[in-house]
Write a protein that binds this ligand. Structure first.
Ligand SMILES: C[S@@+](CC[C@H](N)C(=O)[O-])C[C@H]1O[C@@H](n2cnc3c(N)ncnc32)[C@H](O)[C@@H]1O
Length: 201
């Protein structure tokens, strides 16, 4: 049972799902729709506030007949704080707004507080996937997540973060970055088992 007032996300799906995957700031939803189609046994929860993107994803869900997608159309922070501990197997935050001006940094989705919250909702062995084409935000992501006791960065060689893995569909913002000559980074972090977290095994 989740702690009182927290949401067990599997309950959102009419048919049983093996695990929950969550995408925060899905934009036009092309990545989420592709993952939902490729992973029918997973329940996909998408979070977005941009109305045109929400409408695009809903049209795609209808057209493809995807029964394993649920949407939360408000602030991602509210959603993450509402989820039960260890209730999510995989989380995607792809090309979040970099908010380059110092005075806007507090608006960034990936922050120390968000990483703590994501570590709380991810199950042991779960995965956090981040992408960005902004080098300063990349340093923040790496500084925060790679140094976080709950996360292990899965890159062993440069291509592990320079190349998008095959099971990671491209998004509109990736295409925009490439068209503008910016090279994106694709980061994968494993959620350490809670029993090993303190010892950094
Ligand atoms: C730069 S776009 C990237 C969209 C998509 N992930 C992609 O790669 O094409 C960032 C998206 O995050 C959404 N977003 C920003 N802050 C958010 C928040 N607090 N909660 C939910 N969505 C948010 C924006 O509306 C926007 O669609």
């Amino acid at each position: 049972m989740p702690a009182e007032g927290l949401l067990e996300p599997r309950r959102l799906f009419a048919a049983p799902v093996e695990a929950i995957w969550l995408e925060l700031g899905f934009g036009a939803g092309e990545h989420l729709a592709a993952q939902a189609a490729a992973q029918p046994s997973r329940g996909l929860i998408g979070c977005e506030v941009f109305e045109n993107g929400i409408v695009k994803l809903l049209a795609e869900v209808k057209q493809r007949g995807l029964a394993n997608v649920r949407l939360f159309v408000d602030d991602a922070r509210v959603l993450v704080q509402s989820l039960a501990a260890a209730s999510v197997e995989r989380i995607f935050i792809l090309f979040p707004d970099p908010w380059p001006k110092q005075r806007h940094h507090k608006r960034r989705l990936v922050s120390a507080a968000m990483l703590d919250a994501l570590a709380h909702v991810l199950s042991d062995g779960g995965e956090l996937r981040l992408a960005t084409d902004d080098m300063e935000y990349l340093r923040v992501m790496l500084g925060g997540a790679a140094a976080h006791p709950a996360f292990e960065w899965l890159a062993r060689r440069p291509d592990d973060w320079r190349q998008r893995p095959e099971d990671w569909p491209a998004t509109r913002y990736e295409r925009k970055a490439l068209a503008a000559g910016r090279r994106p980074a694709f980061l994968r972090f494993r959620r350490r088992p809670r029993a090993c977290e303190a010892r950094r095994v």
